[in-house]
Design a protein around this ligand. Structure first.
Ligand code: HEM
Length: 490
């Protein structure tokens, strides 16, 4: 593979394919992740490719591209691939190299030793997540991943799915006909209920649950704000900084309480927390109490925020894409029939699953991730000294017209088996790739499919907002002011 400095557009070379350590398919017979369908069919594709680097236009003196990133990051980011496969962006005095080509990104993601977790996003995320699995450095990652992996073993999915269905039913039981709802709040409620029951086998009381949701939201908004503000401003006692500090502290206190309670033997269930507690007593290699709390907070925050974002966007698209939604309602009637969807229904919820696959293409919950270069290296013709910061954005790749024709169009048909093979290799990365790939992908697809099918089975959704829905500026891509109305179907 050769590299050069320049301005041409990149392609999709074949890179060394090191799979994430995630185990075998966790779905019932006949149920397949759409991503795995096209990956399997594309593995023979290979070829040399010339990668090039460039610099984004429009940097202002001193502040660089900060105005574009603050006012409309989406337009700015999607303009970057035009400058090269690796594009330098300036944020004040700092430089960030955005990887805009799927093949180049794959090279970066599989080499997690050279391109280690770090950079502004994970440095800030660590303030909330500590040294949990998503943010920990390469040196600690393999041991932690091995210790927590059993919680995501495919064999656990039917048991988790049962709890998911119960939680979805519990939330929907409180809905009334013709009720207006804040879709993000509803999605958070479902995701928080599922996270607490499957991960901690415990039901938080309603007040603690609402408080926890609020803390997670404040923390996620704070991470993105702090990403773009100079360090000094973070220490000022502004209302936003104070509420961020309080939210972080409260989240850790709640999790500490849950860990204590489970440690006192009141869990009695094979959940994630029990597995972590077992891992804590696994001799000298086991988790320390601090590591345990960091893992729990990490799973809690990642599990709730990303899933809530995906589900909220899916609900938005149900109201916006009326023709496709009619298909969803029909599928829910045929398969679920007014019940709450169950694990056994998954193989027959084909459109619902493709709807979600396409939702996270258009609105990937994790829209930007950073890496820090651990030793001097060359990438796309550019010498990157140790300490350089790289970033990648599923949002950027998923909206490249040469990778996804008419990328702005919501089209679940892209994921039909005969069309999915046309998606270039490594171009669809809502869950990342390589050794740091999301551990919760199957868990997410299961709960989101169950939730969407159960909702469309019982409720018809319409928009109650009367305005265009835009993403809010958060560490996770969430819809701003998404108000929907619920109409009972069954
Ligand atoms: C729509 C839902 C989700 C999306 C889009 C998502 C996305 C991602 C992505 C893109 C990464 C890789 C980040 C990087 O490259 O730096 C990641 C990692 C991770 N995710 Fe998720 N995630 C989702 C749900 C979940 C859930 C439900 C859990 C836990 C129950 C979870 C736990 C994690 C963990 C622990 C990692 C770090 C893995 C490692 O470094 O070994 N995620 N996720």
């Amino acid at each position: 593979m050769t590299e050069q400095e320049g301005t041409a557009q990149g392609g999709t070379p074949r890179a060394d394919d090191r799979a994430a350590p995630s185990g075998t398919a966790p779905y019932p017979a006949g149920y397949r992740s759409h991503a795995s369908v096209y990956r399997e069919k594309r593995t023979e594709q290979s070829g040399d490719h010339v990668f090039c680097s460039g610099t984004a236009a429009g940097a202002a003196p001193l502040i660089g591209h900060l105005p574009q990133l603050v006012t409309d990051p989406w337009t700015f980011l999607t303009s970057l691939p035009a400058y090269g496969d690796l594009v330098t962006v300036r944020i004040g005095p700092s430089r960030l190299h955005m990887v805009c080509d799927p093949g180049l990104l794959h090279q970066v993601l599989v080499d997690d030793r050279t391109f280690d977790k770090g950079g502004p996003l994970f440095d800030k995320a660590r303030e909330v997540l500590g040294d949990g699995l998503p943010a920990c450095p390469h040196a600690r990652h393999r041991r932690l991943r091995r210790l927590v992996q059993p919680a995501f073993h495919p064999g656990r999915m039917p048991g988790y799915a049962r709890l998911m269905s119960e939680q979805i039913a519990h939330v929907m039981d409180h809905w009334r006909d013709d009720q207006p709802v804040d879709a993000l709040a509803v999605a958070h409620e479902i995701a928080t209920g599922i996270a607490t029951s499957t991960m901690f086998s415990t039901q938080l009381d309603a007040v603690t649950m609402a408080e926890t949701r609020r803390c997670v939201q404040i923390a996620m908004a704070g991470i993105y704000r702090r990403l773009l503000t100079p360090g000094l401003l973070e220490r000022l006692p502004t209302p936003a900084n104070r509420s961020y500090d309080r939210a972080r502290a409260q989240l850790h206190r709640t999790v500490d309480r849950i860990v204590d309670r489970a440690g006192n033997g009141r869990g009695g269930y094979e959940d994630l927390l029990t597995i972590l507690i077992d891992a804590g007593s696994a001799g000298p290699d086991g988790l320390t109490r601090r590591e345990m709390t960091d893992q729990v907070v990490s799973f809690f925050v990642s599990g709730i925020t990303s899933v809530a974002s995906a589900l909220a966007w899916a609900l938005h698209l149900v109201t916006e894409q009326r023709e496709i939604a009619e298909g969803l309602y029909a599928e829910a009637d045929a398969v679920v029939g007014g019940r709450v969807a169950a694990y056994e229904d998954l193989p027959r919820l084909d459109l619902t699953r493709r709807f979600l696959t396409e939702t996270v293409r258009l609105y990937p919950p994790g829209w930007i991730f950073t890496r820090r270069v651990s030793s001097d290296t060359r990438l796309a013709g550019r010498l990157l000294p140790a300490g350089s910061v790289l970033a990648y954005s599923p949002y950027v790749l998923h909206r490249r017209p040469d990778l996804f024709p008419r990328p702005e169009r919501f089209d679940p048909g892209r994921w039909l088996p005969d069309r999915a093979t046309a998606v270039p290799q490594h171009a669809y990365v809502p869950f990342g790739a390589g050794p740091r790939k999301c551990i919760g992908e199957a868990f997410t697809l299961t709960q989101a499919t169950l939730a969407l099918a159960s909702i469309t089975s019982r409720w018809k959704l319409s928009s109650a907002g009367g305005h265009a829905v835009r993403p809010a500026l958060r560490a996770t891509l969430v819809p701003r002011r998404l108000h929907l109305r619920l109409h009972r179907r069954h």
